[in-house]
Design a protein around this ligand. Sequence first.
Ligand code: CTP
Ligand code: MG
Length: 238
Amino acid sequence: MDGPSRGADVVAVLPAAGSGTRLGAAEPKAFVPLAGVPLLVRAVDGLLASDVVDHVVVAVPSELVDRALGLLSGRPVSVIAGGGDRTASVAAGLAATGPDAEVVLVHDAARPLTPVDVVRRVVAAVRAGAPAVIPVLPVADTVKRVDPNGVVTDTVDRSALRAVQTPQAFRAADLRRAYAGIPDPATDDAGLVEAIGDPVATVPGDPLAFKVTTAWDLRIAELLLAGAVLEEMSGRTV
Ligand code: CTP
Ligand code: MG
């Protein structure tokens, strides 16, 4: 599949090149089936179902590029080889987004049930002028800091804390500036934009945008798909 066509002004980068160590499946996490459909296919289809994403650049382990192309055939995607950490995979994806992209989203392949409304919210906020936008949720649990022995040193004021999800959306030029040079590995892309001094706005995230990290998360995702609850909550047929 070719790169983004002319006029593809919202392009999503999908880092899907991780090994999934914590999931512990027989194959890399993005290729693990969830109710028969690999996580990366669900994540791509969720982005495209939002109707606000023109093209998706998917970064996978280099030996799985052809397999990903087969799984994603017929969709407006390009598939590239990712890097040794998430930041390197996103950097490779960003380099393949093409000159016409005005808005770039970065979305984990590991969030297969993300509702279309979350995608629409982050894109709308960038279109309204924010250079960088992330979906967030309040932190429900009490949070404490501990020393290396596991002994509590203090209780953090959770009212100012947010758990951060993807997709994160950026003005393309700002994300390219944040990724110029070789950034240190980061767990999210907004962190790199913060580091160059740009403001990062927030919009409400959604519990269904949770990341599949462990076998427990995959089981929860299967149970959600098995029930009617998902269609009710997500506004998309999955
Ligand atoms: N990712 C990537 N390239 C890497 C590492 C991670 O594209 N070298 C992607 C993963 O495929 C995933 C997303 O970044 O979609 C979030 O990372 P994470 O949940 O940590 O996935 P893994 O790194 O695969 O899992 P683990 O850390 O348990 O090995
Ligand atoms: Mg990882």
